[in-house]
Design a protein around this ligand. Sequence first.
Ligand code: BTN
Length: 309
Amino acid sequence: MNDTRRAILEAIGDGPVSGPDLAEDLDISRAAVWKQIDALREDGFEIEGGSNGYTLTDVTTYNGPAVEYGLEAPFSIEYHDAITSTNDRARELATDGASDVGVLADEQTGSRGRLKREWTAPSGGVWLSTVLRPEVAPARAPLYTLAAAVATARAAREAGVDARIKWPNDVVVPVDDEGGYRKLAGILTEMEGETDRIAWLVVGIGVNANVDADALPPEATSIRAEAGDVDRRVFVQRLLEEFDRLRTDLEGVVPAWRELALTLGQRVRVERASDELVGEAVDVTDSGALVVETDDGRETVSAGDCEHL
Ligand code: BTN
């Protein structure tokens, strides 16, 4: 959203402001004010034009300007009604030098999951990829994935869902007291960099939001199925605000993750690239690796696919 539109929204969000006053305050012509108000209405901002001036009465839409309006985190949003994959688009932007951009879509037609799996992304979900350029070593990259899982789980909890985290970064909803779950959201982080420094990170977050459960794989659930539809604009804002707080306090990420973990205390099977490990998940290290108590002693796993047994 451009600065003029942002300034107009800020002014009319608190009550009526006349066209001439806006023109004077923003140092633009009255015709330009009129044009911008028209464009904002087209973007889904409900603006009343009374005798005292313009008032913003509601934001009912889900698109880039709507998510940016009132967002308390420094991300700009590029919105698509439909796109192949927000991660693919975010990678393009990252390669072109972008930073702190969120690519958001209502629907994805070729979305990707972890380990080259398919990911179902029908209209109504929250499909979001953020481009970051943190000045940290690649070894710290997993913390951004954990931060995204925490931010997503917190936003879902605010929407009334009992969201927890399955190591490393699946956001799930428990279905029993024995570690059973349905998947609500997943995260796919991609990265480019050198041995000592990340060039860019794309953190892709897929949340089954306002989606019917029967449009999803059988092991999945949605916010709609768990708690009813959510205002996606507000949901994305909360998610990005939490994510922004966590990425600026990386030391706080693992403690925050632990509070929401469903995996700790569970008997798990973790598939690694070359073997698998079975035992009780007893802890997570400061870098986000899972500590598993096996029959042969403790093992620490930094990456893998984890299943609760
Ligand atoms: C997983 O396998 O659990 C990760 C799923 C990640 C899906 C998200 S949706 C937004 C972004 N775009 C993609 O193509 N994938 C990620």
